[in-house]
Design a binder for this molecule. Structure first.
Ligand SMILES: [Zn+2]
Ligand SMILES: [Zn+2]
Length: 305
């Protein structure tokens, strides 16, 4: 049985409104795209910074213009008008752990996807506020990135660590002219991150999003995933799609990688409890879940009319 838990129902554009994208019909488009690719277990995890409650945790200038919507409206929409699992993509904000915990504990998420997109105020994967313009060396940025990922996993805030080597975003391994990837064996950078994830007892995300980014690779690198598997860390599989056609994109390659590393089970989440489900198992229990969801979506559509 396949999963796609790291999904966004809208693009990252400022003007991509809830009114336009948080609709039962849009959720249904994701469900249909997933169905065509044999993905039974589906969840949505919108970025925390799209919600005004995010500013209680962090007031980064990138977040401020985006933080417009109400997180409880989002939760109610997903629960009442879709058949998707309810998640959130939560940035790790060092120093904001208590406020993050309060925000998360006050809602009934099925899972929390934890992300590191910033090192202090510097963005790893954006041109705006870019950490790469900060004057730090590539080696320092990579070292700090994976240390932060490791720290983020230890606080009990998250269930899944998303795109755990996002720092490679700009730098394809086969292009030596890029100056944003250190030389040689990168496992020395990965170590603190893998240690943190293992200590935190949470899952690592295998994300096909990297295939659609300048790096052109799955997150994480094979060596990183190998280290996770050796440390007994379970895997959550996602595409990080921001539009229906990207749901499950690149899964053939991800499944090959998982098979090569002997990973035969994926994490499934319900109300923040985790179990492992064989990849090749039929999705009997989620079919039931989908039926219930379809009924819920039908009734809410009726209510909306
Ligand atoms: Zn992310
Ligand atoms: Zn995402």
């Amino acid at each position: 049985m396949l999963t796609d838990y790291h999904l966004h129902l809208r693009p990252d554009d400022l003007d991509a409104s809830v009114a336009q994208y948080h609709t039962p019909a849009n959720a249904q488009r994701y469900r249909e795209a997933a169905g065509e690719r044999g993905i039974a277990e589906l969840g949505v995890s919108e970025h925390i910074y799209r919600f005004r409650q995010a500013l209680d945790i962090w007031e980064h200038p990138f977040w401020v213009p985006f933080a417009r919507d109400d997180i409880d409206d989002y939760c109610a929409f997903v629960r009442e008008q879709t058949d998707l699992r309810l998640g959130i993509e939560m940035d790790f904000i060092p120093g904001g752990e208590d406020r993050t915990a309060s925000l998360l504990e006050a809602r009934d998420f099925d899972y929390v996807v934890g992300s590191v997109h910033f090192i202090r105020d510097g963005a790893v994967d954006m041109d705006d506020y870019s950490v790469w313009d900060s004057g730090r060396s590539v080696e320092e940025i990579w070292r700090r990135y994976f240390q932060t990922v490791g720290d983020s996993a230890r606080h009990g805030l998250f269930d899944i660590i998303a795109h755990p080597d996002l720092v490679k975003y700009w730098s394809p391994a086969d292009l030596t002219h890029t100056h944003r990837r250190p030389e040689g064996d990168l496992r020395r950078y990965y170590e603190p991150a893998v240690e943190g994830i293992a200590e935190g007892g949470i899952a690592v995300e295998v994300s096909t999003a990297g295939l659609r980014k300048p790096v052109g690779e799955i997150y994480p690198a094979r060596a990183f995933l190998e280290m996770c598997v050796d440390a007994g860390v379970p895997v959550a599989l996602s595409s990080d799609a921001h539009r229906p056609q990207d749901v499950g994109a690149g899964y053939r390659r991800a499944l090959e990688l998982l098979a090569e590393l002997g990973v035969r089970e994926l994490c499934v989440f319900d109300k923040r409890s985790r179990r492992l489900q064989p990849i090749d198992a039929p999705a009997a229990d989620t079919a039931e879940h989908a039926d219930q969801g379809a009924a819920a979506a039908g009734s809410s559509e009726a209510a909306a009319r």
